[in-house]
Design a protein around this ligand. Structure first.
Ligand code: ZN
Length: 78
C-alpha cells in the first residue's frame, strides 16, 4: 500500500491539523481517503508543489486523477 497526506486548510486556519490522507494499492488502484490529524509542526512533502497552478487544481478536483499522478510519481525506480 502506498499513502499520501496533504494539508487542506491554510496555516492560519484552526483546522490546519486536519489533513487529507490517501492510501492505495498500486496494482489495482483501489484507494481510501480519510481525514487524518497531522500535528502543525510536522512538515508534509508536497509532491504537487512543482506543478503549474492549473494542473494542481485539476488534480485536487479529482481523487482518481490525484492518485494516478501520485502513483506515477512514487513508482519504484527500476
Ligand atoms: Zn491491489
Amino acid at each position: 500500500m502506498r499513502s499520501y497526506q496533504y494539508r487542506f486548510y491554510p496555516a492560519e486556519s484552526p483546522h490546519y491539523e486536519r489533513c487529507i490522507g490517501f492510501s492505495w494499492c498500486s496494482g489495482c488502484r483501489i484507494y481510501t481517503g480519510a481525514m487524518v490529524h497531522v500535528p502543525r509542526n510536522r512538515t508534509l512533502p508536497d509532491v504537487l508543489a512543482s506543478l503549474p497552478p492549473e494542473q494542481r487544481e485539476r488534480l485536487k478536483c479529482s481523487e482518481v486523477r490525484l492518485i494516478e499522478y501520485l502513483d506515477s510519481r512514487t513508482e519504484d525506480p527500476r
